[in-house]
Design a protein. Structure first.
Length: 416
């Protein structure tokens, strides 16, 4: 079952519990909490409220089940501390974390908040997130089928989504604003074959296996968040990388159709009628609802291994606006690293991931925060400082102190 939490996960009365209670009740924070809280980017200006939405593939995945919990429990893991510092510097109001190993009890999120986010990292102000959402994902969940067609059943290639154990490469949403628990929709079990005109390579899998395959390599979530008088639907996903393929291109095809799921979800009528969530409710998002698409979509508009036009299904969607977040650090990295970057058609200022250690794709734009029209955008950025600039030690070069992906953020203006 999804782990939806509006408040503290521990029974004792802690500062986080006080903050959660105050937020849930719609009252101010306790004075002690205010003194230690990070200055929030969300500001009320008359009839409007500014909110920062971010996505970060933080690479908080481990090779063995339970290892992330052990690393989190110490409070001293260097990579996790650096990830927390990046979040403290950028100070988002709502952030999706990709590649955060899922555990059923949500203990990992408790530990991450208590021992890292709520603790100053290198003098940075702590950040507090009273509301979180996480749910099971398909990675590492045995399918009982020979999905890679190697003649045996079992292992990461035969899981519904590639993974060594259930929950590896999971997802989590942290929020300063209340999550509308009863309205959350998840699409973990949606079958690929149910998508009309899909790219499913039935010839490779065979008709019996193809009929059972799940579309999401992790999951797709519609998580409504209450910000002022507005409801913002956070549409979160992490489609499979379009690589490690044979001639059937099954990963390219799946990546493209995972992206298409949101494109259909935002389209009225027949285009979204096939979509059924894990609770059995069909249909897409109502036309007047506000949303923001977040996540590592493993697809660049012009370069890399994606199926042709994969991410354009969102970037060119009538309901979606692309703010083109950028950074100076990405331009610098592309120039210095050369290799595949020199042949790229896309502008390096928009890159969000540093794949220089793999000579094939080069650096790419794969992480997105895409607001709906007509939401007012105040600013957007990719957190990738140039060398020598404050924070550049947190991005670095391979092997990275945090992740090979960069945090992407967009500031929106909503009704207060």
């Amino acid at each position: 079952r999804p782990r939806v939490h509006n408040g503290d996960m521990t029974p004792r009365l802690t500062r986080r519990r006080a903050i959660a209670a105050a937020a849930a009740a719609g009252i101010g924070l306790p004075a002690a909490a205010v003194a230690q809280a990070a200055p929030a980017p969300s500001r009320r200006r008359g009839r409007f409220q500014q909110a920062r939405i971010a996505t970060f593939n933080a690479s908080l995945n481990r090779s063995a089940q339970g290892q992330l919990l052990e690393d989190l429990a110490t409070g001293e893991d260097a990579q996790i501390r650096a990830v927390a510092e990046v979040i403290q510097i950028n100070n988002p109001d709502v952030v999706l974390l990709n590649e955060f190993d899922h555990d059923e009890d949500g203990k990992g999120l408790d530990l991450f908040r208590e021992k890292y986010l709520e603790v100053p990292q290198n003098g940075k102000s702590p950040v507090f997130y009273p509301y979180v959402f996480t749910a099971p994902v398909n990675t590492g969940v045995p399918s009982g089928l020979d999905l890679n067609q190697d003649g045996t059943v079992g292992g990461p290639d035969d899981a519904w989504g590639f993974g060594e154990f259930p929950g590896q490469y999971g997802m989590a949403i942290l929020s300063r604003y209340p999550i509308l628990t009863e309205q959350v929709r998840t699409f973990q079990n949606l079958r690929w074959a149910d998508m009309p005109s899909n790219l499913l390579p039935t010839e490779f899998y065979g008709p019996e296996i193809a009929a059972e395959l799940r579309l999401s390599s992790k999951s797709h979530w519609d998580v409504p968040v209450q910000i002022g008088s507005s409801t913002l639907h956070v549409l979160a996903a992490h489609p499979t990388p379009p690589s490690f393929d044979g001639p059937e291109k099954r990963n390219q095809r799946r990546n493209s159709d995972e992206i298409r799921l949101w494109a259909d979800y935002l389209s009225p009528g027949r285009r979204s009628a096939w979509i059924v969530d894990d609770a059995g409710v069909s249909g897409g998002l109502a036309p007047r609802e506000q949303f923001v698409i977040v996540g590592d979509y493993n697809s660049d508009p012009l370069d890399g291994d994606s199926w042709p036009g994969a991410i354009d299904q969102l970037l060119s969607h009538a309901r979606v606006q692309d703010t083109l977040p950028r950074s100076e650090g990405a331009v610098e990295a592309s120039t210095e690293q050369g290799g595949a970057n020199a042949a790229h058609r896309g502008q390096p200022q928009y890159d969000t991931a540093d794949f220089a250690d793999d000579p094939s794709p080069g650096n790419l734009r794969v992480d997105y925060v895409l607001p709906s029209r007509p939401l007012q955008v105040v600013s957007s950025a990719v957190y990738w400082p140039s060398q020598g600039q404050p924070g550049s030690e947190l991005t670095g070069v391979h092997p990275f102190p945090t992740s090979d992906h960069r945090l992407v953020r967009v500031d929106l203006q909503l009704k207060a």
